[in-house]
Design a binder for this molecule. Structure first.
Ligand SMILES: NC(=O)c1ccc[n+]([C@@H]2O[C@H](COP(=O)([O-])OP(=O)(O)OC[C@H]3O[C@@H](n4cnc5c(N)ncnc54)[C@H](O)[C@@H]3O)[C@@H](O)[C@H]2O)c1
Length: 434
């Protein structure tokens, strides 16, 4: 079977590579010519563990192609996945202009029955809107079905998540289309991946509900952590004991500077907007968004208070991506905290294993410099902020770090170290909620 994946970003590229590995013939389309040229030369635009190997294998097998020519790809495909971006729009609702542009091009290009699948995260009602838009703009009146197949992969383990997902959600009114999409995922069926087959609206909502629930756990534990700091509690033990309750579970109970990335911030906001739009307010989600925003500011205030001002203070930053194992800095707490500190005239010297090229595009100027390693970022620093918990920071030579710093003050926003150990080494140590 030939399929097309439109949009070759995190989701589109990983899905395209994964589908090719399932044995399908895949054409990945992007409007970014540079990206497609790079991919044709074997250069990957993103870093994901395992991606490169599976990419190379399937390019070699001729199952994976890259092109900017949507029309030809659509003509030879039965199924077209839409995996373009749906970034936050000016009013907090997702900006669907990329999806709309693809839909219009599909309507032009369709010459026969097609299954159009949204993999992008899109608000409830988008599937129906898409159907109408395509019907109205179709050049040749051919039949087609619309399916919602939200993607749940996590950056940092995207390839593994795609190949071994917790579930596959298929939302459509058409049994025929559901069967075709199920067939695409047959290798996962064989490893007993659960399938949830439902209607369009439900599938669209599942993605938002799942992300908002995970974000809720994070904002909740952050508020408890803030309370811990006031009352002398230790969030590490609170979260550990909470997580041991099987009804709660230990995941997403790590206190820190709040959630970031390309999904949680925009998806929580979108769900809150959807609630308002349909007259069923999502008050918990609204609070989650609010708590997350203030968590970053609270951390900056904590650093400012401890250092008695930020002006001309040299702050070493460890980690810039929104989480470890990815170079994605979209909505990264580390980046927004750096920006806030620069606004207060702090001097930032940052290290991240792979995200510096991306960070340089948004954080530049006289107040920001970049380092070769974690030690250089600590050198002559008035304080160090651990903003992203890359594994390499856990086994660092702390004695050497202390000797390099101007004053041994550490803000461990991710709680990677133990307070007692840090204090015994002579650091002034600030964790989150400890
Ligand atoms: N990144 C994640 O972890 C993740 C996880 C699950 C779901 N999602 C959702 O998946 C969608 C895609 O996210 P992403 O992170 O992969 O986005 P991305 O920004 O990394 O990639 C989007 C790609 O689409 C391309 N594009 C835009 N308009 C196009 C057009 N008209 N024709 C062809 N290509 C076009 C862009 O050039 C870009 O390469 C979003 O809706 C997102 O919310 C993302």
């Amino acid at each position: 079977m030939h399929i097309t994946v439109v949009g070759t970003g995190y989701v589109g590229l990983v899905s395209g590579v994964g589908f090719a590995d399932f044995g399908l013939n895949v054409t990945c389309i992007d409007c970014d010519e540079q990206k497609i040229n790079d991919l044709l030369q074997g250069k990957l635009p993103i870093y994901e563990i395992g991606l490169e190997e599976i990419f190379r294998r399937n390019v070699r097998n001729n199952r994976l192609n890259f092109s900017t020519d949507l029309k030809s790809a659509v003509e030879r495909s039965l199924v077209i996945f839409i995996a373009v971006g749906t970034p936050e729009g000016p009013n907090g609702e997702p900006d669907l202009s990329q999806v709309e542009m693809v839909a219009r091009s599909l309507a032009e290009a369709m010459d026969d029955y097609k299954v159009i699948v949204t993999k992008s995260t899109v608000p409830v009602g988008t599937g129906r809107w898409l159907r109408k838009l395509i019907e109205e703009t179709q050049k040749k009146k051919v039949k087609f079905d619309v399916v919602s197949n939200p993607e749940f992969l996590r950056e940092g383990s995207a390839m593994e998540d795609f190949m071994r997902p917790n579930r596959i959600v298929i939302g459509t009114e058409s049994e025929h289309a559901a069967a075709i999409v199920k067939d695409i995922y047959r290798p996962l069926y064989l490893i007993e991946t659960p399938f949830v087959v439902t209607n369009l609206e439900t599938a669209e909502l599942i993605k938002y509900a799942a992300n908002a629930f995970l974000a809720t756990k994070i904002s909740f534990v952050n508020e408890v952590a803030n309370l811990c700091e006031r009352v002398g509690g230790d969030i590490h033990h609170v979260a550990q004991a909470m997580g041991l309750d099987k009804r709660i579970g230990p995941k997403f109970l790590h206190a820190g500077p709040g959630f970031g990335g390309s999904c949680f911030p925009k998806d929580t906001l979108a769900l809150a907007k959807m609630g308002k739009k349909f007259g069923s307010r999502m008050r918990i989600v609204e609070a989650v968004v609010d708590v997350n925003r203030s968590q970053r500011e609270l951390l900056v205030q904590k650093i400012e208070t401890a250092l008695e001002g930020l002006s001309k203070r040299r702050i070493g930053i460890w980690g810039l991506s929104f989480k470890p194992n990815t170079d994605d800095i979209r909505e990264s707490p580390a980046i927004s905290i750096c920006k806030k500190m620069i606004e207060r005239q702090a001097l930032i010297q940052a290290y991240d294993p792979i995200s510096i090229p991306n960070a340089k595009r948004v954080l530049n100027g006289d107040c920001a410099s970049y380092c070769q390693d974690a030690y250089e970022a600590a050198t002559n620093a008035d304080a160090l902020l651990i903003a992203t918990e890359w594994n390499e920071f856990r086994n660092i030579d702390l004695v050497k770090i202390k000797s390099l710093m101007k004053s041994p003050i550490i803000f461990d926003s991710r709680n990677i170290f133990e307070p007692e150990k840090m204090e015994s080494l002579g650091f002034k140590y600030y964790g989150t909620g400890r």
